[in-house]
Design a protein around this ligand. Structure first.
Ligand SMILES: [Zn+2]
Length: 767
């Protein structure tokens, strides 16, 4: 055949196919040009890296550095007046290449000072009713007298250092600049009134039990160094109460003096155990270290209740040493029960520990430590082996808050010891979540003040994995034959939020303080995003390897969002710029459906359209290569006889096959009988793979996943021709609801009959 003729023929068909484009260029007024608005555009403008500190691979760069802050502290708890006193010496090491002119120290307690501006940034309204307690606090009192009272700030020669307090941040001036590689030591003496944490769910404070005793969960309790980094310089963004913390790593030596009848646990290794433990406690502790499946009680409920009747006036000092931690917290009360057990992590033993008042039982004695141990195993599998020697879960009313090695958790039965499923799962979930925070952000130390999702979102994702593990390992803890009912993680759990009011939505890449719907935005949506990557887009093997790579690269370091985004691509060879852009940088939602399905018949009979084109170009049928014609059901060229015809009846096709294929090749040919053009639509802005399930006339199904790149040139709709040996009776998009599709009414073909039509149909049958 004449090749030129052949190509002109192809051109003819192409021209017919692009009449729309033809009209566009004929227009008098052309549309203006535009920037690259493609949803698959590379993320170069949004990323601030790579540089010598942070590599393009997502790993720390060759000149990556981080500062160190070491603390020696002496703390005294005044249980009578609920006050905390402290003296601390900070040794700050400047590992940055910069000379520092001053240091910034965080004074988080000042958020509760009388002159705090935090209450003034919350617009308020008059409610029809208000709790009396909160009414008194809001309108009748002169406010809690919180905030640090500083006795001195001085250098290691005892000379007073000039300092300036700007609300929750304190600038300390040094006698001379702190050069790169140098250390500077200085001391601060302080005290403050401890707040009642049950009043406004403060992250730290005391709870007064009915018997008059206090349970203290103490954190953000000392002036803490701010982070100085390649990304922010000094991270001295104010603590308004919402965004959490940015803290450098360091070593801690802390002595805590409390009433002698208190039970206390804290971040770090207890280094004077023999001085503070009774002989009985030492014996039980030795047992606990060898118990891998059941917790051993160190202080029993009866002992806690007996201690609660007294009030020691003498004191005990508990001494802790912690290495490579970014913070320090402790819990103390005479009303605490204490239990622990060992858990194997790699080839090391870690202690899983719980501290709780009798108010937590029976739930806490039964489950807390078991949940801690299970959590450490799951997180270690997903990231790296838990490197600290213990993890403590402390029960504090309505609290859910994390610190290195220690966290506060809610979940309290009623006075008779009864609890609902909701209370139980709330307690499991919060313990898994807060213990999980040891990994993110206590070890993979992201900047919480800036990026809530990097700790809460990533942690909530692993929490989901850990919850499912826990449900499998302890079926007796959950309803029989059920999976753990995770509240966050599966794709469909975010649909309500993502289909909501766009005016009340912010991209995940927004500072926490400025987002709406904090839980959905900073916890749920990033967690669901990672789960979609793992289950649907990357697959578990590629995802888990990349996720582990990120965790290990940034273990005991300070990662930034880019470091995460880059590593996930770097370790998997999956281009995810489109996903980060859509899911993290916009508020777009996912919605894909089946728009239309056309049925075609194959024939060798030339149709009117081709005949017309051929004649207009003065061509004869013999000028054409063998053509196979696709005729849409119901179109002008459609004839009923086509329905029973087979490919054997298509003369042009058979002629081509006989002329060009060997008998062996012919024998291998498939023989499809049904031809469809399926049009998928995408009303949502988030690109997603099209997961299509085709059901055939014999009831069998087949799933095809069209990679997300199918949307790269048409963001609204794409067609797909399907040749099938059996008739297709049904098409469902995203049958397992794994893409967070917000509108499933367009996911099925043929469209489900609306109830109204169904009722009419019923009437008809009756009639
Ligand atoms: Zn959290």
């Amino acid at each position: 055949m004449n090749l030129i003729k052949y190509f002109s023929m192809i051109a003819l068909f192409l021209a017919a196919g692009v009449t729309y484009a033809q009209n566009e260029t004929d227009k008098e007024e052309r549309d203006p040009g535009h920037y690259n608005n493609n949803r698959f555009k590379q993320l170069y403008e949004e990323f601030s890296t790579p540089n010598v500190y942070r590599s393009a691979s997502g790993a720390p760069g060759p000149e990556y550095y981080q500062q160190q802050a070491d603390y020696v502290m002496s703390i005294r708890l005044d249980d009578t007046n609920t006050r905390l006193y402290g003296e601390e010496t900070i040794t700050y090491t400047n590992n940055s290449p910069d000379d520092l002119e001053y240091l910034w120290v965080q004074l988080d307690q000042n958020k509760r000072a009388r002159d705090s501006k935090t209450p003034l940034i919350e617009p308020s309204g008059a409610f029809p009713a208000e709790m009396a307690s909160s009414f008194v606090g809001k309108y009748m009192g002169d406010g809690f007298d919180g905030g640090f009272k500083l006795d001195y700030v001085k250098d290691n020669k005892g000379r007073a250092l000039p300092y300036t307090i700007n609300r929750t941040m304190m600038r300390v001036e040094m006698p001379k600049n702190l050069k790169s590689g140098e250390k500077f030591s200085f001391s601060i003496k302080w005290w403050y009134n401890i707040p009642d944490h049950t009043i406004d769910r403060a992250r730290s404070g005391y709870e007064k039990f009915e018997d008059g005793n206090n349970g203290y969960v103490i954190a953000q309790f000392f002036p803490r160094m701010a982070v100085y980094s390649d990304v922010e310089g000094w991270q001295n963004s104010q603590f308004w109460g919402r965004d959490e913390f940015a803290l450098p790593f360091g070593n801690y030596n802390v002595s805590i003096t409390v009433p002698s009848d208190h039970i206390l646990d804290a971040t770090g290794e207890l280094i004077n155990r023999k001085e503070v433990f009774s002989k009985t406690m030492m014996k039980r502790y030795a047992q606990a270290k060898k118990s891998y499946s059941v917790p051993v009680v160190i202080v029993t409920q009866a002992e806690a209740e007996a201690a609660s009747k007294g009030f020691a006036t003498n004191t005990k000092t508990w001494k802790f040493r912690a290495e490579n931690v970014r913070d320090f917290g402790f819990a103390s009360s005479r009303r605490y029960i204490w239990d622990m057990m060992a858990v194997k992590i790699g080839n090391r033993d870690v202690m899983a520990v719980s501290v709780y008042p009798p108010e937590g039982n029976p739930l806490w004695g039964e489950w807390s430590t078991i949940v801690v141990a299970s959590t450490l195993k799951s997180y270690s599998r997903m990231t790296f082996n838990y490197p600290y020697h213990k993890a403590i879960s402390v029960h504090a009313k309505n609290q859910g808050m994390e610190y290195p090695m220690i966290c506060w958790n809610y979940g309290r039965p009623d006075k008779e010891g009864n609890y609902s499923e909701r209370t139980k799962y709330g307690m499991f979930g919060v313990i898994i979540h807060e213990v999980g925070h040891n990994f993110f952000p206590m070890i993979v130390n992201s900047d919480e003040r800036q990026w809530t999702w990097m700790d809460e979102g990533i942690n909530t994702f692993v929490q989901y994995v850990a919850e499912q593990d826990f449900g499998q390992a302890y079926p007796e803890a959950i309803a029989p034959n059920k999976k753990y009912p995770s509240r966050r993680g599966p794709a469909k759990t975010i649909v309500d939020y993502m289909s909501g009011n766009q005016d009340r939505m912010a991209p995940i890449m927004t500072k926490g303080l400025n987002t709406y719907n904090f839980g959905a935005n900073a916890y749920s949506k990033p967690a669901v995003g990672l789960n979609i990557l793992r289950e649907t887009i990357m697959g578990r093997d590629l995802f888990d390897y990349a996720f582990k790579t990120y965790s290990r690269r940034w273990m005991f370091k300070h990662p930034n969002p880019e470091d995460f985004f880059r590593t996930m691509e770097d370790a998997s060879a999956i281009d995810l710029d489109w996903f980060w852009r859509a899911w993290f940088f916009t508020t777009d939602y996912s919605d894909i459906g089946v728009q239309e399905v056309k049925k075609f018949y194959v024939t060798s009979k030339m149709n009117a359209e081709v005949r017309q084109m051929m004649e207009s170009r003065g061509m004869k049928e013999s000028d054409l290569p063998p053509l196979v014609y696709l005729v849409e059901e119901g179109s002008d060229d459609y004839e009923e006889s086509m329905e029973t015809a087979t490919l054997n009846d298509v003369v042009t096709l058979q002629q081509y096959i006989m002329d060009n294929l060997t008998p062996a090749e012919r024998a291998k040919l498939k023989n499809p009988k049904f031809f469809y053009e399926v049009t998928f639509e995408k009303p949502g802005g988030v690109p997603m793979p099209i997961i299509a399930e085709y059901t055939y006339s014999d009831g069998s199904t087949k799933r095809v996943t069209y990679p997300v790149q199918i949307w790269r040139k048409n963001d609204a709709s794409v067609g797909m021709v399907i040749a099938s040996e059996m008739e297709i009776t049904k098409i469902v998009v995203d049958p397992d609801e794994e893409t967070a599709d917000i509108d499933t009414s367009n996911n099925t073909w043929p469209k489900r009959k609306k109830l109204g039509e169904f009722n009419k149909f019923k009437e008809k049958i009756k009639g």
